[in-house]
Design a protein around this ligand. Sequence first.
Ligand SMILES: *[C@@H]1O[C@H](CO)[C@@H](O)[C@H](O)[C@H]1NC(C)=O
Ligand SMILES: *[C@@H]1O[C@H](CO)[C@@H](O)[C@H](O)[C@H]1NC(C)=O
Ligand SMILES: *[C@@H]1O[C@H](CO)[C@@H](O)[C@H](O)[C@H]1NC(C)=O
Ligand SMILES: *[C@@H]1O[C@H](CO)[C@@H](O)[C@H](O)[C@H]1NC(C)=O
Length: 432
Amino acid sequence: MTMVISTLRPKPAHTQIKMASFSLVLSFAILLSGLGPALASNCYESLISFGDSITDTGNLFHLSGGNPRGGSGQPPYGETYFHRSTGRFSDGRLIIDFIAEALGLPLVLPYAGGAKQSGDGFKYGVNFAVGGATALDSGASNKMGLLVINGYSMKVQMGWFKKLLPSLCASASECKDMLGKSLLLVGEIGGNDYYDALMQRKTLDELHDLVPNVVSVIGSTITELIGMGARTIVVPGNFPVGCSPALLTSFQNSSGSDYDTSTGCIKWLNEFAEYQNSKLQEELHSLREQHPSATIIYADYYNATMSIFRSPASFGFRKEEVLKACCGGGGPNNYNLTLQCSDSRAKVCDDPSEYVSWDGVHMTEAAYKTISNNLLAGHLAMPIVNNTCPRIAQKIGVDQHTSGVGVGFLATRDVTVWFIFVIFYLMYFIVM
Ligand SMILES: *[C@@H]1O[C@H](CO)[C@@H](O)[C@H](O)[C@H]1NC(C)=O
Ligand SMILES: *[C@@H]1O[C@H](CO)[C@@H](O)[C@H](O)[C@H]1NC(C)=O
Ligand SMILES: *[C@@H]1O[C@H](CO)[C@@H](O)[C@H](O)[C@H]1NC(C)=O
Ligand SMILES: *[C@@H]1O[C@H](CO)[C@@H](O)[C@H](O)[C@H]1NC(C)=O
């Protein structure tokens, strides 16, 4: 009896303090080790996007019953990563997929048919981008004397978003909160407005006349999204279209002086893309002044892609194939408008990772991956993306475009965590 009581006797006071401080150290260590990754990963809860075939993760595929115009519903589309056609206009993943991966989010589901693919529905994001979509709606483009090829304009995509929104959040304030915690990707859009105009042999002056209209649609979409609660918006510019096999083929009668001697791209087409991008950036500049609490990031697709055309080999691409499609109907650029990639007679390259262009209009997964790395690493997405999400810097790591400061920022936090841990550990010994 007495023996039992003696074992239940309270422990000496100093042992109690030791135990208490040790469990304090332990719980802090657990707390911090749990907090570290959580802070780093959940920069955005969801990724919501609008755009065209550059970003379409399956909308046109579902809207056309699995047989979209352009053939993205058939092999060899999707052969590289998914090993089946998903409706993406590439052999594999797109820029939006690499952004989602960098953010630690699942690949973004297409609005059309997407909710069925996942038990969580659109909890982690939704993609409204449709292959062939234009910035201008049919009314506006008809005024410009353009034949509208595809009816999925920016306005149509915003209409879908407003229709879907009540199913994503319960009240106006909840929706505002949800949008505030999302990353919004508005574009690339406008590429088809210009492409359609070029194919309809509009003049360069007429193309220039389209720019303010396209830019104003992008601007008003951003304004509307900010009004709904969006706080971080990524807005890509146009690609260097003068390097695309489709346009190189379509304008193959160009004279020698039309070509950039170092890259082989058509100069006036690239200069047009630069012009549209400068107008877009002016618009973003004024939107930033009007909405100082929002972060509007310009994603420089032009320079991120041009760096590949300037030195293909340094990114692992074959220099002699850089202006040829991997998959197409032959000819100098392996592109033929009447015999496209999805045609069973098309020639498909053995290794798409050595090619920049996939089907003459869209790029390979390898090119999209390089472009994404160029963008996420820093100076081609302004203001710098790693400012809004340090995880991106961690994910991309140090490459030739990174100064390493982004990575250093993360390391600094880790050092703080360890410092606190060591202080508590020392306190434990002092108390003991
Ligand atoms: C372009 O070249 C093709 C032959 O490749 C020729 O039939 C056509 O007339 C040329 N067009 C112009 C505008 O020079
Ligand atoms: C992007 O390209 C344009 C046009 O070639 C050039 O003026 C600009 O300096 C480039 N920007 C960066 C960040 O490389
Ligand atoms: C494009 O393909 C068609 C067959 O659909 C063929 O008749 C034509 O000659 C090809 N054009 C070129 C330039 O190879
Ligand atoms: C992000 O990266 C850029 C260049 O890679 C660097 O200059 C900048 O300081 C970084 N920002 C943060 C917050 O780490």
